[in-house]
Every structure is written in C-alpha cells, then in structure tokens.
Design a protein around this ligand. Sequence first.
Ligand code: LHQ
Length: 257
Amino acid sequence: TILSALADGVLSLTLNRPDKLNAFNEEMHLALRAGFERAHADADVRAVLLTGAGRGFCAGQDLGDRDPSKGVPDLGHTIETFYNPLLRLIRSLEKPVICAVNGVAAGAGANIAFACDITLAARSARFIQAFAKIGLVPDSGGTWSLPRLIGEARAKALALTAEPLGAEIAADWGLIWRAINDDALMEEATALATRLAAGPTKGLGMTKRAIQAAATNSLDQQLDLERDLQREAGRSADYAEGVSAFLEKRKPEFKGR
Ligand code: LHQ
C-alpha cells in the first residue's frame, strides 16, 4: 500500500491504492507510519517526498471500511490511533518533508498535504475539505493549518462548503508553495527534494522546528529560541563547511551533521 525508495538521501513514500484514489485503510496507515519512523531513525534519509500513485493523491479515509450499518463507530479512536500519530511524525521530523500532490486530495488527504513542509501540486489537482459532506469535522490538523495558512474567512468557507479548490488558487492563497504543470510535477518535486537532501540537514531541521514553534511563542520566546538554535547550528560541521566553501568560492559539501 506504500511504495518506499531511498535515493540521493530522499525517502520517497508513494501512497499506493490507486483504485481507491489512495484512500487510507489501516494497512496503508501502518505502512506510511513505518516510512516516517524510518525517516526519523535513519541518518541516510535527509528529506522525504510524499506523493500518490495513479490519478489521485489521497481521498482521505476509506469510507468502504466504514459501513454505518455495523453500529455506531468511535471515530475518535481512529483519529487517535492512526491520523494523529502520522501528523505528529510529519511535524516533528527535523528533515524537510516535500509533498507532491499529483491529483485530487480530499478530507484527511488534503490536510496531510497541508501539514508537509513544502507542498507542490499538479495544476489539475483539487483540494476538498470533504468532511462537511458526510457530517464530519476537518481532521489531520485541518482546523489548525487552514486558518493559519489562509485566515479564518477562507478556512471556514472551504470547510463549511466542501467546495473543491484548484491548485493555482491554493498557491495564490499560500495554502501550498506552487502549482506546477502536470507533466513536470514529479521532476520538479524530485529535484527540490534532492536539493534539500544535499543541504545542511541539521540546520534545516532546526529551521523547521523554529518556524513551527512561532505558532505558539511570543516574540521574546522566539528570539530566545533563535539564539539557542543558532548556537547549536554554529557548532555543526555543515556550518564550518558552508563558511569554508563560501570563502574558497566553491560549492559546499554538506554532510547533514
Ligand atoms: C473511495 C474513496 C474513499 C473509498 C474515492 N473511500 N473509496 C477520519 C476518521 C474516521 C473516519 C472518517 O474519516 C476520517 C477522515 C476523512 O478523510 S473523512 C473524508 C473521507 N473522504 C471523502 O469523503 C472523499 C470521498 N471521495 C470523493 O468525494 C471523490 O471520490 C473524490 C472527489 C475524491 C474524487 O472524485 P472522482 O474523481 O469523481 O472519483 P470517484 O469518486 O469516481 O472515485 C474513484 C474510485 O475511488 C471510486 O471507486 P469505483 O470502484 O467506483 O471506481 C470511488 O468509490 C473510490 N473512492 N474516494 N474515501
């Protein structure tokens, strides 16, 4: 259910249930989680590239697994067991996570894309807060990420109407980084992930941590955090290499340490 491959420091994780537009069942959840756990543990992984097989990115929860005639479900349990751990793994990974949204992203599928660090989408891709259509509430961090990324007015309209949003408007609004021509998406996303994987991973990871911490910090707390992280970054081998390379007018060779 997940295709996983490591090349040039990039761990590619491809959602692979194309007949269901890569909707999540338990097996795919566990396999994707294993992929992100590897990204945390394996120093050879210096960036993650998340995408989907076939014509869709991810249609959210597999509703075929959710027959209402089988009794009243505990969706809170599903969220706590599967979606929330995944979201926390993506956000806490101190390495860049690039998302290439190759086609429709609905429900949790959309909000997982918004949780990644840099999200590119094919021009033909659409984002749908499908939850409202079935009486649910946006999950996978959507009620947190949407208002932060695009403001309350747009967040509420998207979540209450479940209207699809095209990739280009999503990029104009700052919900994603860029909309890319369909046939160039994977090439661009792979090039970006490869470039980041060759970067000063430790510094990039701390940069991610700092920007995320700003969501709840005061300016004073954030200034203190920047001081502490810069102190740590200044001791890294990659900082020494970056400065030497600059002074010697050559390309740096970062090791991620
Ligand atoms: C699907 C699905 C799908 C199963 C397409 N399941 N088969 C968390 C906790 C616990 C429970 C509930 O949920 C959550 C979080 C959530 O994510 S809630 C939101 C769940 N997702 C949705 O409500 C989206 C449902 N899908 C759609 O609205 C459409 O399929 C979209 C707009 C994504 C794509 O439309 P089309 O491009 O027209 O494709 P399609 O509808 O024809 O789908 C293609 C196939 O994929 C089809 O199967 P079939 O056998 O007829 O070819 C669909 O049944 C299947 N599929 N999404 N979520």
